[in-house]
Design a binder for this molecule. Structure first.
Ligand SMILES: Nc1nc2c(ncn2[C@@H]2O[C@H](COP(=O)(O)OP(=O)(O)O)[C@@H](O)[C@H]2O)c(=O)[nH]1
Ligand SMILES: [Mg+2]
Length: 435
């Protein structure tokens, strides 16, 4: 990381032409530089109060000052709005550089916000997710993470663990003065923290769905219409469709939005006994995909009708009961009593979307969670459980410190406390310039 104490400048709006572009200057010299490139700049500007004026490079527009401890980065800053011309933006950035600002690196504004305690690591990640969101629901979930839900519960747990560790260490170091240590008190505190961590982990696992999508495996006998349904739902020919049974041999995954929820649709090989070794691997993968999916859709050809093989295949999948879909409903067929769909006409798609939206709502936590968070919370739960086992037993209580330290380490990493500069650099480099 470069010294957090120099002054940096970069456009914060994307490159290109538009109504307005914004250039941010952040650091101790920001206001002095503003006075050099913009006028009239008052001797003592008020934080958050926009000023209208003229820029040295000829444009006119607004300057919005932020005092130390405020604004996005948490340090002295100015956001300039100029006309949305790349020429004007370039000229303003150049002027600011000439006055002593350095061009900001990717993610550097956000890194400063983090360094200055304006946000923790989960909130910095949330900003990236807000920017990358593809649906209103994903955006809302990212906003909740940004508002600091995970940060608050993570900090609560961390502080409570640290306080138990501190008390224990104090009693080990000063056993004479402090006398008998209250094992019960530590047991209660650790138990409460562990329950909190368990709840966080459960929420986190559901929160990942916002990002990774509800995983839906399309299963069925060969030629049931699995690949066709996937293609029709994602709106392009992703999977190969033929009338030859056994065309799909490997699983194939495609992200899409159904009913406002992100989904990963997984096309699988037809479930059938086979002597072809390649197809057999495909069938094994299909079963694996079904076992790992959040939801299985079992497809059968409604013209061919439900067969004994379908019964065997469904039973062999195990797990939660699948949603059964009667496919090729555009062809003449007997009454099925099932949800009838057609990849050809789109029949049944509205109902599928409704069901997915409903299922996603039930399966998802309100707050987004990132894949990075889950293993850390798992480690925290493991550490706290270990400590709880010690405190529940007749073992010397200070042995619990080992487990508690593991939990504290994992939570620290979650929030970005005591994280290596290396890791921070890598995480923030994922941001673009100006974020
Ligand atoms: N009429 C009609 N034919 C379909 C429909 N879906 C699939 N088919 C046909 O059924 C055959 C098998 O489809 P495919 O998607 O490859 O089945 P898979 O083996 O389950 O992946 C192909 O010839 C498709 O054209 C449908 O909704 N309507
Ligand atoms: Mg197929």
């Amino acid at each position: 990381v470069v010294s957090p104490f120099d002054t940096i400048v970069a456009p914060v709006t994307p490159p290109g032409r538009g109504g307005v572009s914004v250039v941010r200057v952040s650091g101790p010299e920001a206001w002095r530089i503003a006075g050099d490139v913009f006028s009239p700049w008052p001797p003592s500007p008020k934080s958050h109060l926009a000023l209208y004026g003229r820029f040295l490079h000829g444009d006119d527009g607004m300057a919005l000052p932020f005092e130390d401890g405020h604004g996005y980065t948490g340090e002295r800053a100015v956001e300039f709005s100029v006309h949305g011309s790349p020429v004007s933006v370039r000229a303003l950035v150049d002027r600011c550089s000439r006055e002593g600002a350095r061009l900001a690196g990717p993610g550097e504004f956000t890194l400063r916000a983090f360094t200055n305690g304006r946000l923790d690591l989960t909130q910095a990640e949330a900003i990236k997710e807000m920017i990358d969101a593809r649906t209103p629901a994903q955006f809302r979930a990212a906003c909740l993470l940004r508002q600091g839900g995970l940060r608050r519960s993570g900090l609560d747990a961390l502080r409570s663990i640290e306080s138990v560790i501190a008390t224990m260490n104090a009693h080990v170091d000063f056993s004479e003065e402090l006398g008998q240590w209250d094992r019960e008190e530590a047991r209660v505190a650790t138990g409460r923290t562990l329950a909190g961590l368990d709840a966080m982990l459960a929420r986190a696992r559901r929160g990942v769905i916002w990002r990774e999508g509800l995983r839906i495996a399309l299963c069925g006998l060969p030629n049931a219409g699995k690949s066709s349904l996937l293609n029709a739902l994602v709106g392009r020919d992703r999977a190969i469709v033929t009338c030859v049974p056994g065309t799909t041999r490997d699983t194939l995954e495609e992200m899409t939005d159904l009913g406002g929820a992100p989904c990963a649709l997984i096309d699988t090989a037809g479930l059938q006994e086979t002597s072809d070794p390649v197809e057999a691997i495909g069938v094994a993968r299909a079963r694996e995909a079904a076992a790992e999916a959040d939801w299985v859709w079992y497809l059968y050809d409604c013209q061919a009708g439900w067969s004994a093989d379908d019964g065997t295949a469904v039973a062999s999948l195990g797990g939660m009961p699948p949603l059964i879909l009667a496919t090729k409903a555009d062809l003449p067929h007997e009454r099925t009593g099932r949800l009838e769909v057609s990849a050809l006409t789109g029949q049944g798609f509205a109902e599928l979307e409704r069901l997915v939206g409903e299922r996603a709502q039930a399966a998802q936590a309100p707050e987004l969670c990132l894949p990075r968070h889950v293993p850390l919370l798992e480690r925290a739960v493991e550490g706290a459980s270990l400590a709880m086992d010690v405190l529940d037993s007749t073992l010397p209580p200070d042995l619990a410190v080992t487990g508690l330290s593991v939990a504290a380490g994992a939570l620290g990493e979650l929030l970005g406390e005591g994280v290596s500069v290396d890791l921070l650099d890598r995480m923030f480099a994922d941001f673009c310039i100006g974020k």
